[in-house]
Design a protein around this ligand. Structure first.
Ligand code: HAM
Length: 416
């Protein structure tokens, strides 16, 4: 029987892993520059957390969760997103008692039962940042700057930042009524999906991609017109600060995002290099979420960004992610005594952080040389009968072919 990976998943092979290492390192460097700390939460949570936190009517919770009942009869869900779990951990571990403000980031797998297509997986890797404890507009801006920093460091400069404000829940309520009244008038022309959504989650009709829906929603009332003065001012301040810092953006009144916890600012980074799934990352404020999960009212803002999509866009822009790693020196040992010596020297070199490799397939000298070339080692060190006798091996530099005899116990000095 031939096994295949489950639909919508991927293998990251050794030839590509350096890209992932590069991106993960970049995320860790950038988050350090912004003084974020890493948080790791479990791969699965009790299902109720997502129902409560993300919202039962959202696509993520309603259609896409990997949920099962475990042997203890508990309903468990593989995490489809990172914000609700981080807020759960924040509350459960009383992080607010340690400090009034937390800047947290994560890099983790997320699971969503979606229809796989380019850039859309059933298991994807996401990095996210969350700032908990402040409703200052500086926190909205700080997160946008963090995402931008990571993208720029991965050679991505051609994204578009779309931004909107969806206000407070009470403002949204009046807006949803106005929107519903408007959409009802055009009910017959709405797509089938949007007809269903009108009764459950009319806001989401705004980000429908159906051409019919797009024509109708173009003239729909805009949420921004239903914001109170305070909310509108807040949004203007975010925009003012972004402009002041030279961050380009485009206001998009359709940007309501697909998760229920958002309040005020919502944003998305869009890339035309991605095709239909064009969101490189997205996020927004969620000032009511912690209270919803049983905590004291605590403001928060965050974003998440798919690493697969980031790599796709970086590659389309010709970014190289550095070179795959290769050993510094490849040992060619031509008999069993030479091999014994080679392993001893390799052990010493590895202790000194010098990477080494040798032939493990008992190949000919020519084949070993070819292998050293193929894996890109900087040097080969050849040990045969004569070399054993003289206690000196032949050190060959691969870049120019130059070679010299080097005593076994002096090799390290030559490699430095
Ligand atoms: P999201 O927009 O659902 O937000 O996902 C964030 C990002 O994850 C997307 O922009 C996309 O790059 C990537 N992504 C999502 N689903 C997939 C998929 N099936 N395949 C590949 N990539 C995908 C959230 O998850 C929020 N928790 C973000 C957030 C954090 N908001 C506040 N804090």
């Amino acid at each position: 029987m031939k096994f295949q990976k489950p639909k919508g998943t991927k293998d990251i092979l050794p030839k590509d892993i350096h890209k992932w290492h590069f991106v993960e390192k970049t995320i860790r460097e950038a988050t350090k520059l912004f003084n974020f700390s890493e948080i790791r939460t479990p791969t699965f949570e009790y299902t109720e957390l997502f129902k409560r936190g993300v919202g039962s009517e959202t696509d993520i919770v309603g259609k896409e969760m990997y949920t099962f009942v475990d042997k203890g009869g508990e309903s468990i869900t593989l995490k489809p997103e990172g914000t609700a779990p981080v807020m759960r951990a924040y509350l459960e571990n009383s992080l607010s008692a340690e400090s009034p403000l937390h800047k947290l980031y994560y890099i983790t797998s997320m699971f969503r039962y979606e229809k796989p297509q380019a850039g859309r997986y059933r298991e994807h890797s996401q990095f996210g940042g969350e700032i908990i404890g402040s409703d200052s507009i500086d926190t909205d801006v700080e997160l946008i700057l963090l995402a931008k920093e990571v993208y720029n460091r991965c050679g991505i400069n051609n994204f578009k930042l779309k931004i909107n404000s969806i206000g407070k829940p009470s403002e949204r309520k009046t807006y949803v009524n106005a929107l519903t009244d408007y959409l009802k008038k055009h009910f017959n022309r709405l797509s089938e999906e949007s007809k269903k959504r009108l009764g459950t989650n009319p806001l989401r009709i705004l980000d429908s991609k159906s051409p019919d829906d797009l024509i109708i929603t173009k003239e729909a009332p805009k949420i921004i017109e239903h914001l109170t003065k305070d909310s509108r001012n807040r949004f203007d301040l975010v925009l003012y600060e972004l402009t002041r810092l030279g961050v380009n953006y485009e206001i998009d009144f359709r940007l309501v995002r697909g998760l229920d916890y958002y309040t005020d600012t919502t944003f998305e980074f869009i890339s035309s290099d991605l095709g239909a799934q064009d969101a490189l990352g997205g996020g927004g404020r969620y000032d009511g979420l912690i209270e919803l999960l049983g905590g004291k009212p605590t403001p928060g803002v965050g974003f998440g960004s798919g690493i697969e999509r980031l790599i796709i866009v970086a590659e389309k822009n010709g970014f190289t992610f550095g070179e795959p790693s290769s050993p510094k020196v490849y040992f060619i040992a031509l008999n069993s005594s030479a091999k014994e010596i080679a392993f001893k020297i390799m052990m010493e070199l590895r202790k000194k952080n010098i990477s080494c490799e040798t032939d493990l397939l008992v190949r000919s000298m020519k084949a070993q040389m070819r292998e050293a070339n193929k894996i890109g080692s900087d040097y080969v060190f050849i040990i045969g009968d004569d070399e054993l006798k003289n206690q000196k091996g032949i050190l060959k530099k691969m870049s120019d072919g130059s070679q010299q005899n080097v005593e076994f116990d002096k090799l390290r000095e030559y490699l430095n």
